[in-house]
Design a protein around this ligand. Structure first.
Ligand code: NAP
Length: 258
């Protein structure tokens, strides 16, 4: 095991980032590519995934691949991962990032929206991890990084189902550690604070909410998606070989203070 910074080098690793056509996932995919990994850009729309893969390849000089499938549909996941294995190869690094937000007061929350959130934010990570881990076990190693949230630990009004999904990500991560560590696989989570992306654009544009974010965060600002790249490269690389089942909050200190 190298003890210098070469432990962070991802050259030769194949990395799938679900939901990487925009937002946090896109920046994470670009960061892994810049660190040497061959990345697979993923979303539901094949044209968007291909376009972003081309852009990342141009930016980093490291050609990227594209994949399109719905992470809530087990048959589509099986077909999509099989196509990756038949093409670029077995996934070494899986980042379960695809997710969404729906807001309603709890007593008015449509059950259909609860089901959509559970499927998109939690069942997705179960399905993709289950399918990808089979290949990792056969190869004797791999890295799974789930994307949680400060809502993995902290609730807020109007997003109770979202918080439930992100709390579920914590225990899914620990369960993956318990079951997969004997196969040389690590499973950890990154839990971002408030980051300016398309998912949060309405909140970013809300001056009162943005002031709350700045006041509630010791770092006194929204997160920049670039802030997530270093933590992900660490968790995707040999540098984190003995780090397993952990939740790394990247939140400017928000969850450290009341
Ligand atoms: N933004 C924040 O401040 C923040 C904070 C904490 C945690 N997070 C978490 O970070 C992750 C990414 O958030 P984001 O803000 O970057 O979201 P985003 O900008 O809305 O992007 C979501 C991505 O997921 C894909 N996706 C959504 N549903 C999918 C499905 N059923 N099948 C396949 N792909 C799907 C989307 O692609 P298509 O629509 O093309 O399929 C898109 O690429 C989420 O897990 C979110 O909960 C975000």
């Amino acid at each position: 095991m190298p003890s210098d910074t070469s432990a962070f080098d991802l050259t030769g690793r194949l990395a799938l980032v679900t939901g990487s056509t925009r937002g946090i996932g896109r920046r994470l995919a670009e960061g892994l590519s810049a660190a040497g990994a061959t990345v697979i850009v993923h979303g539901r729309d094949a044209a968007s995934a291909s376009a972003v893969a081309d852009e990342i390849g141009t930016t980093t000089g490291n050609p990227a691949h594209a994949a399109a499938f719905n992470v809530t549909d087990e048959a589509a996941v099986d077909t999509g991962i099989a196509a990756i294995e038949a093409g670029p190869g077995t996934v070494d690094v899986l980042v379960n990032n695809a997710g969404m937000q729906i807001r309603h007061p709890f007593t008015e929350f449509p059950t259909a929206d609860w089901n959509t959130l559970i499927a998109t934010n939690l069942t997705s990570a179960f399905l993709v991890s289950k399918r990808v881990a089979a290949g990792m076990i056969a190869r004797g190693g791999g890295r799974i990084v789930n994307i949680g949230s400060v809502q993995s630990q902290l609730a807020r009004p109007n997003i109770t189902p979202y918080a439930a999904t992100k709390g579920g990500i914590v225990m899914l991560t620990k369960g993956l550690c318990a079951e997969l560590a004997p196969h040389g696989i690590t499973a950890n989570a990154i839990a971002p604070g408030y980051f300016a992306t398309e998912l949060t654009q309405a909140l970013v544009d809300d001056a009162e909410f943005s002031a709350w974010v700045a006041g509630r965060t010791p770092a006194a600002r929204w997160g920049d998606v670039a802030d997530l790249v270093g933590p992900l490269v660490f968790l995707a690389s040999d540098a984190s070989s003995f780090v397993n089942g952990q939740i790394l909050y990247v939140d400017g200190g928000m969850t450290a203070v009341v």
